[in-house]
Write a protein that binds this ligand. Structure first.
Ligand SMILES: NC(=O)c1ccc[n+]([C@@H]2O[C@H](COP(=O)([O-])OP(=O)(O)OC[C@H]3O[C@@H](n4cnc5c(N)ncnc54)[C@H](OP(=O)(O)O)[C@@H]3O)[C@@H](O)[C@H]2O)c1
Length: 349
């Protein structure tokens, strides 16, 4: 959310270090165009980048620039007078994102990070109470109009209908984070056809249906970012996660195939591969492994950490930051990649 406040006296100032990870797009956002007065964006300290993302600007909307998106510009290339007259808004302002599995863990972290960059976010999951709590939290992070959809990825048709109805209400959604709960663990030899079909349905089929539903909106807006949350098992299978390993490979190649097909439209598709990330899912996998192997939970966790060059688990917000970057205009030429975010674990395997 860019908070619009009448503030005639503020001069444009910033201490924002302009880095690749924190590019600044300046535009006359529709929100600001509607306000026929000077405004100030509110600075919020960013938890990862340690800097204010939003820039304090001042200016009057003009007809010439109203509603028009200008090319991305870095602050350090702007003249002082440009800085004084430009409207600086969070980079994803005016864009809506849909985040699957958005009520906790990695999905919630992605939703929060996208909101911090100004996006309006719709989170999807099964537990309505948790979704409501996340939407309340998103309101404090940024963006201006957050919503949720209660849906179960076990029912792809119902999910697609709900997403389509939502688009009717809120308009085009141009950022999609494909994410849902992972399949249960176990050796692949023990997997039943139903378990395999269920996992393929929850991950591959749901992704496909959501993309097909959102694509017309991405085309109409001339903007599209699809990020698939998968797993480092795309690079090397993880012992004891048979169904997951098999499914992740399929989803990763689906994503890269789609990347080739959508590239001519300027829509990117990328796969983010989280390593051991400290969420409820990871803790339940560790507990199951401890039970299976008669080790203590601490031992299982210690063994996992020993395999990570960084010597620690990842934080969900560290996945969210990467996903949010891929959703920005700055990532326009990153397409079809499998990007591990794993503290270097797969680099040294
Ligand atoms: N954490 C890790 O270390 C790690 C590593 C690699 C890959 N991954 C993968 O990344 C994804 C997210 O992991 P996470 O750790 O964030 O998991 P998590 O903490 O368990 O969160 C899963 C999210 O998905 C939702 N969800 C689960 N099943 C669903 C269903 N059938 N329909 C709709 N929503 C559903 C959950 O909400 P509801 O229960 O309310 O529906 C929740 O919001 C998973 O696919 C996981 O396997 C995780």
């Amino acid at each position: 959310m860019v908070d619009v406040l009448p503030n005639p006296d503020v001069r444009a100032t910033t201490t924002l270090p302009v880095t690749l990870a924190a590019p600044v797009l300046y535009q006359n956002a529709a929100l600001c165009a509607k306000e026929n007065h000077r405004f100030q964006t509110i600075h919020r300290p960013h938890p990862i980048w340690g800097a204010d993302l939003l820039y304090t600007g001042i200016g009057e909307p003009t007809e010439r620039s109203a509603g028009r998106l200008r090319p991305p510009r870095c602050l350090h290339t702007m003249t002082a007078s440009e800085k004084r007259s430009a409207w600086i808004v969070a980079i994803l302002s005016g864009k809506r994102a849909l985040v699957g599995g958005g009520s906790k863990g990695i999905g919630k972290a992605c939703a929060l990070e996208l909101a911090r960059l100004g996006a309006d976010v719709t989170v999807v999951a099964r537990n309505e109470g948790m979704l409501k709590e996340v939407v309340a939290e998103l309101a404090g992070a940024g963006g201006s109009n957050h919503c949720y959809i209660v849906a179960d990825f076990a029912d792809p048709d119902a999910l697609q209908t709900k997403v389509a109805d939502h688009v009717e209400k809120v308009g085009p959604i141009t950022i999609l984070v494909n994410n849902t709960g992972g399949p249960p663990g176990g050796p692949i030899l023990d997997a039943t056809p139903d378990q395999l079909l269920q996992a393929i349905s929850n991950h591959l089929i749901c992704n496909q249906l959501i993309v097909q539903t959102l694509l017309p909106g991405m085309k109409s807006q001339g903007y599209g970012r699809i990020v698939n949350i998968i797993s480092t098992s795309v690079i090397a299978p993880i012992k004891g996660l048979g169904v997951s390993n098999a499914t992740r490979g399929a989803v990763a190649n689906w994503g890269r195939t789609l990347a080739g097909e959508l590239a001519p439209l300027g829509i990117t598709v990328n796969n983010v591969l989280p390593g051991f990330t400290d969420t409820a899912r990871l803790q339940s996998l560790f507990s199951a492994k401890a039970e299976r192997t008669s080790k203590t939970l601490e031992e299982v966790q210690r063994n996992a950490i020993e395999s990570i060059p960084m010597g620690r688990l990842g934080g969900a917000e560290e996945i969210g930051a990467v996903v949010a970057f891929l959703a920005t205009p700055a990532a326009s030429y990153v397409n079809g990649v499998n990007l591990p975010v794993d503290g270097g674990r797969t680099a040294v395997q």
